[in-house]
Ligand binder design. Structure first.
Ligand code: PHE
Ligand code: FE
Length: 259
């Protein structure tokens, strides 16, 4: 698979300089347009933790400076952002999370990709993922996930664990006082799937079930057939706390489920 992005300057941990000064005016304007479109949707569809966090970030004016955001994050939850050229290998990704560093892609999509891109860009990574790193419980959970990823590599279970990431961190829903809301970054950064996942009658919305999430396949090129709904980040933390080694061993023998 060939990846978009310039990996030539990446260091051993796949980090790069953001080089904020190199973004053009057109890129900042495109980021702003993406930001404004999603900003109209999130009051109705995003979870309150995300809404609270974005309000404290100076991010609507253009592509944000990662160093400034990291400074805010460090003081709130001891996380920081690390700039990366694009998707990075599992081991590098898990190692960053296990050290409370969230990898954010430096490049922005092209204007013709306004509605849809396959690989994550700076808009998806920043708008979707970064605000929730300000929530202490979510932040701790993602740290645990990173450590769990390194463990899953040793147990040859990354594929199963990646499904959990997909149905929580990327496409997760949560029950709130104002009804079902999105906390998954793939939803929060999507012009179409956000409202679809939260409010359309078509998809299944399943109460979070660890075994089922670990077993459910996903498709990267269309809306999900099923979404998993947690009742709180504390539930996610609690239900993913047990040792996954025996769970992987048990689930490995069972058939994979369709989304
Ligand atoms: N508890 C999991 C394990 O023992 C690790 C993990 C934590 C996985 C949080 C996902 C989320 O492997
Ligand atoms: Fe993502």
């Amino acid at each position: 698979m060939s990846l978009r992005g310039d990996y030539s300057a990446a260091t051993a941990d796949f980090s790069v300089e953001q080089d904020w000064g190199a973004y053009g005016a057109g890129e900042h304007a495109l980021f702003r347009r993406l930001f404004e479109r999603q900003s109209k949707l999130v009051p109705r569809y995003a979870c309150p933790e995300w809404i609270d966090a974005i309000a404290g970030l100076d991010a609507g004016g253009g592509i944000p400076r990662f160093d400034l955001i990291s400074r805010q994050l460090r003081s709130k939850t001891r996380w920081e952002i690390v700039a990366v050229p694009g998707l990075i290998p599992d081991e590098a990704f898990f190692t960053h999370l296990a050290n409370r560093r969230f990898p954010v892609t430096v490049w922005l999509r092209k204007p013709e990709e306004f509605d849809y891109i396959v690989e994550p860009d700076v808009f998806h990574d920043f708008f979707g993922h970064v605000p929730l790193l300000f929530d202490p419980v979510y932040a701790d959970h993602l740290h645990e996930y990173g450590k769990g990823g390194l463990k899953a590599m040793r147990l040859d279970a990354v594929k199963m664990l990646a499904r959990l990431y997909w149905y929580t961190i990327e496409f997760g829903l949560v029950t709130t006082e104002s009804g079902t809301r999105a906390y998954g970054a793939g939803l929060l950064s999507s012009g179409g799937e956000l409202a679809y996942a939260v409010a359309d009658p078509k998809p299944r919305r399943i109460d979070f079930d660890l075994d089922r999430a670990l077993r459910t396949d996903y498709l990267i090129d269309r809306y999900q057939g099923s979404y998993f709904v947690i009742d709180s980040f504390a539930q996610l933390m609690r239900e993913t706390a047990p040792d996954f080694a025996p769970i992987y061993a048990r689930l490995r023998a069972l058939p994979v489920l369709e989304s």
